[in-house]
Each structure stands twice: as structure tokens, then as C-alpha cells.
Design a protein around this ligand. Structure first.
Ligand code: FE2
Length: 191
């Protein structure tokens, strides 16, 4: 568990954002000059009422502890609940399977949360300790970014933060929250 002084919604949104990989997780989940985010698909699956991003592809120097070199990784993101996000990603040793990493965010206040990561990975060589350390390294890099974001609460009105193509998932997530009137940890008007 990692305690983060940020909005629970910001924690989920950061998990959904791939554009920060080369800059925050340099030489692990991304690297310059491979900063371009290729087109991907974002939609609300109305039948289950979930946000889904699919066909997300990204060059990663070390996609997982089990990866021995740079590969183009494919991701699928799913938001089944406002403070939960599930990531399916290419499994380096088993390309026909998905690794699954989930983030359960427990709100403690509108700007404070405990983040509980959960992982299901295929990896026959790395020790559990090393797997946990690999994820901890990444989460701690995210924490320093999250604790310095302004505004602290997640803006739900379009136009308050400039969306780019890389932020398509974030835009869908914010719209979905707004539709559900989920305002805890959100900022509704510009300040
Ligand atoms: Fe990150």
C-alpha cells in the first residue's frame, strides 16, 4: 500500500495516462525519443457501464521485470468503478496472455488516499520481492508527481485542463464521473 497526498480520482487518472511514461518512468516504462502516443480506442461500454481504452501501444525499454529488452507493449485499460482501475498488458514471456495490474484506491479525504496495487503476472524467473520492488519503484515515481499536481482535485469540466490525444482516456473518465455525479475528490468549477 502506498499513501498518497492527492485526490483519489487523480490517482486513478494518473494510472490511465500513458503520455507521462517517458518523462516520469524514464528508461523503464518509456524513453525519449519514443514519446509519441499512437491512436487508440476509448469508449464507455454501456452494458456494463465501464470506461475502456483498447489498442494502446507504446514502446517500453523495460515493460516488466521479466522483459529483457525494449518491446512495443499493448495495453487495455478498464475503469469498472470510480476509484478502481484495471490494466491488461502484454506479458513479455507469454505473448498470447495478458499480465494484469489493478489499482484499488481507498479515499481517506478528498485529497488523501491509500493506493492498493494488485498484480497477476506470468514470470517464472523473478522473485516475488523483486516484482514488488519493481512496482514500488514505479508507484513512488508517480507519487511525487501526484502530490504536486495543481489543482489538487480533479477538474470535471472540459476546458479546465487542455486535453491532448494522449489524454483521451482521461477525458472519457472525467465525463463518466460527471455523468454519475461522482464529485468526491473532484473540482467542478474553475478556481
Ligand atoms: Fe506512472
Amino acid at each position: 500500500m502506498v499513501r498518497v497526498r492527492c485526490s483519489p480520482l487523480r490517482a486513478v487518472e494518473n494510472f490511465l495516462d500513458i503520455a507521462h511514461f517517458p518523462f516520469v518512468h524514464t528508461d523503464i516504462l518509456g524513453a525519449e525519443p519514443h514519446t509519441e502516443v499512437q491512436n487508440y480506442k476509448v469508449e464507455i461500454h454501456e452494458d456494463v457501464d465501464e470506461v475502456w481504452a483498447t489498442q494502446v501501444k507504446f514502446y517500453q525499454p523495460q515493460a516488466a521485470k521479466s522483459a529483457s529488452g525494449g518491446i512495443t507493449t499493448e495495453y487495455m485499460y478498464r475503469v469498472p468503478a470510480p476509484t478502481c482501475s484495471v490494466l491488461y498488458k502484454t506479458c513479455p514471456p507469454r505473448p498470447s496472455e495478458w499480465d494484469v495490474i489493478t489499482l484499488f484506491v481507498q479515499p481517506l479525504a478528498e485529497d488523501l488516499c491509500d493506493v492498493w496495487p494488485w498484480m497477476a503476472l506470468f514470470d517464472d524467473t523473478t522473485s516475488l520481492t523483486d516484482l514488488i520492488h519493481f512496482q514500488q519503484t514505479i508507484f513512488l515515481q508517480d507519487r511525487s508527481i501526484l502530490e504536486n499536481q495543481i489543482p489538487r482535485l480533479l477538474p470535471l469540466d472540459p476546458g479546465m485542463e487542455i486535453p491532448t490525444r494522449a489524454d483521451l482516456t482521461s477525458v472519457a473518465y472525467r465525463r463518466w464521473l460527471k455523468r454519475h455525479n461522482y464529485t468526491y475528490g473532484a473540482q467542478l468549477v474553475a478556481q
